[in-house]
Ligand binder design. Structure first.
Ligand SMILES: Cc1cc2nc3c(=O)[nH]c(=O)nc-3n(C[C@H](O)[C@H](O)[C@H](O)COP(=O)(O)O)c2cc1C
Length: 320
């Protein structure tokens, strides 16, 4: 896939995921062959007001490249100012969030609410495009609800305003994350615009990725939830797309090594205390399906140190 002048060497993109898609997880996914990673969404307004938590979200490693920073906001001037600020962190792309369904975001006119305000959305895109010299992309939904499906019009308007690629999460805001993704809307956007289209929604296996590419003609697929606890999924998808085959997921002892590697990177980034709070969530995804669930849940829920994590991994290996 080529976005403006930048070549992306593959067909998989890690979805932006607030709260879990930090640098550690993104780097891990890149190491397994994911072609492009996107930051957690960052509030343009908070960033321009000097908010430290928002600035911390900009932490990234060089190995993440190509790397995109996602901003949300509905004020063209503030979005442009925030985009200029984040250029200090060397992103390859800036992505604009027009998909977030969370009420605390949409109540302020941002995220998927922009799909009900097309002119404002296009003004935001144009302002950000004018402010930075990297390609600007947009991530949107199918529409706000079934009575206002407008991804095609939105994608055309964003392209006109200068967007260099469009990601379509094939669900309305009303659907949130409920099944099932609408491949027809992704295909309709792909047929309408000239810029690359990234398809998103419900990809859990390499076969799902193949199907989305085949049925929509999209240029790449974006994977979110299925990668949590399974960062190797990107390698499986890339391999399947190239050869029609892929290696099975690693056995539990190897998974526990990946979990520990993930935790070490997270500690580097956030310090042990904060990292281990976050690893409580990630660890649960890595060990899903292992026997002895109650005992493991208790261990996962009380992780406080790296030693606790090592003990959890040892127990998981014994149980499996
Ligand atoms: C925990 C979580 C956090 C998310 N945060 C963001 C975000 O910051 N920005 C965004 O555009 N989408 C966000 N999303 C939506 C995902 O990027 C993606 O569009 C959605 O999960 C559908 O893909 P999937 O079916 O592969 O999970 C988030 C989703 C999840 C599950």
């Amino acid at each position: 896939m080529q976005i403006a002048d930048k070549m992306i060497p593959g067909h998989t993109v890690l979805a932006p995921m607030a709260g879990v898609g930090d640098s550690a997880f993104r780097a891990l996914c890149r190491s397994y062959g994911c072609s492009l990673v996107v930051s957690e969404m960052i509030s343009a307004k908070a960033l321009t007001l000097g908010d430290k938590k928002s600035r911390d979200l900009l932490f990234r490693r060089d190995i993440e490249r190509p790397f995109s920073i996602q901003l949300f906001g509905d004020d063209p001037a503030i979005m442009a100012a925030a985009a200029e600020m984040v250029m200090d962190y060397g992103p390859d792309f800036i992505d604009i969030n027009m998909g977030c369904p969370a009420p605390k975001i949409t109540q302020n006119g941002c995220g998927s609410r922009l799909m009900l305000r097309p002119e404002r959305a296009f003004a935001v895109v144009a302002a950000v495009v004018a402010a930075v010299d990297v390609p600007v992309t947009v991530k949107m939904r199918k529409g706000w609800d079934e009575s206002s499906v407008n991804a095609v019009e939105m994608a055309l308007g964003c392209q006109q305003a200068g967007a260099a690629a469009i990601t379509v999460h094939g669900k309305t805001r009303e659907q949130m994350y409920a099944p099932q993704v609408d491949l027809d809307i992704i295909r309709a956007v792909k047929e309408a615009v000239a810029v690359p289209v990234i398809g998103n929604g419900d990809i859990a296996t390499p076969e799902d990725a193949r199907r989305m590419l085949d049925e929509t003609g999209c240029d790449a697929v974006m994977v979110g939830r299925a990668a949590l606890g399974h960062p190797w999924l990107f390698g499986q998808i890339e391999s399947y797309l190239q050869s029609g085959r892929y290696e099975p997921a690693p056995a539990m002892p190897q998974r526990m090594e990946v979990l520990q590697r993930h935790a070490r990177m997270c500690i580097e980034e956030k310090g042990e205390r904060r990292a281990m709070l976050l690893m409580r969530t990630h660890a649960a995804w890595y060990i899903k399906g292992v026997r002895g669930a109650a005992k493991l849940r208790a261990m996962t829920g009380s992780l406080s140190t790296f030693e606790d994590l090592e003990a959890l991994c040892a127990t998981v290996c014994d149980e499996s």
